[in-house]
Ligand binder design. Sequence first.
Ligand SMILES: C[S@@+](CC[C@H](N)C(=O)[O-])C[C@H]1O[C@@H](n2cnc3c(N)ncnc32)[C@H](O)[C@@H]1O
Length: 274
Amino acid sequence: MIREIKMEVPMFSQSQDSIWLDDHIAPKMLAAHLDSEFDGATRNSEYISQSMKWLTQKCPVQEFPKLLDLGCGPGIYAEKFCEAGYQVKGIDFSELSIAYAKNSAKEKDYTIDYQCGDYLTADLGKEQYDVIVLIYCDLGVFSPTDRQRIFQKVYRALKPGGRFIFDVFTPQKYAAFEEANTWQVEEDNFWTKEKCIHLSAQKTYPGTTTYLDQHYLLYPDSFKEFFIWETVFAEEELLAELKKIGFASNEICGDLLGRPSMVESETLCFVVEK
Ligand SMILES: C[S@@+](CC[C@H](N)C(=O)[O-])C[C@H]1O[C@@H](n2cnc3c(N)ncnc32)[C@H](O)[C@@H]1O
């Protein structure tokens, strides 16, 4: 098993396991989505309410009725957009989250089109949507090639004049980052039910703004491996990439509440237009 442990991980290589799909961790991620007090898999409910105010002003439903939510999770934003009158489609690759979202919509008698799928590979269609959102800095997990792919798919799927709204983390988020290697014996916690040895490393790649949070869970006859990638962005660099695809900038703020970007902002929110 020791041979399986990768000390030098090529940037953006995929791990054997995913925190969003793992049998033990995925339910914990769903619980984190549903915890309205805590910025876990979804931000806290106060932030979501405030961001909905800004988003619905930025893209009024009368002008922007058809909306696609990429990585919709259990549908927390999707339901709020539906309540505000948008025709909503949500896509997420977590079966657990989509099952929860579908059930919740059914209970509330909301019409939301949920799809269980990977938005990186799914066909998002052509000129289908007035607004596409990708919320909670998910763009940062992708390699530059996959990021371009997402931009291209979103551009194609938007109607002319349609808007793509997403947030990303800035280098400020990692201002106090220090590399680390740790291990412990664990049981019955976020990572594992059965007893295991948990090895973890947090590292960065010189000359880049990409970080890796790497975990191995070692069991007597098996192991799990998680690579959690995060790239942080400066405004100009991402804007240049978006412009190459054909997007025009509408507004760049510090967050999804529409507040201005400051030196100390840990996020940036892009509103770009086809
Ligand atoms: C950080 S959560 C954000 C959820 C939601 N946007 C929100 O703010 O409430 C990321 C979500 O994206 C989903 N996800 C990540 N990569 C995905 C992919 N390639 N295709 C579909 N869903 C993905 C995860 O399952 C998870 O529900």
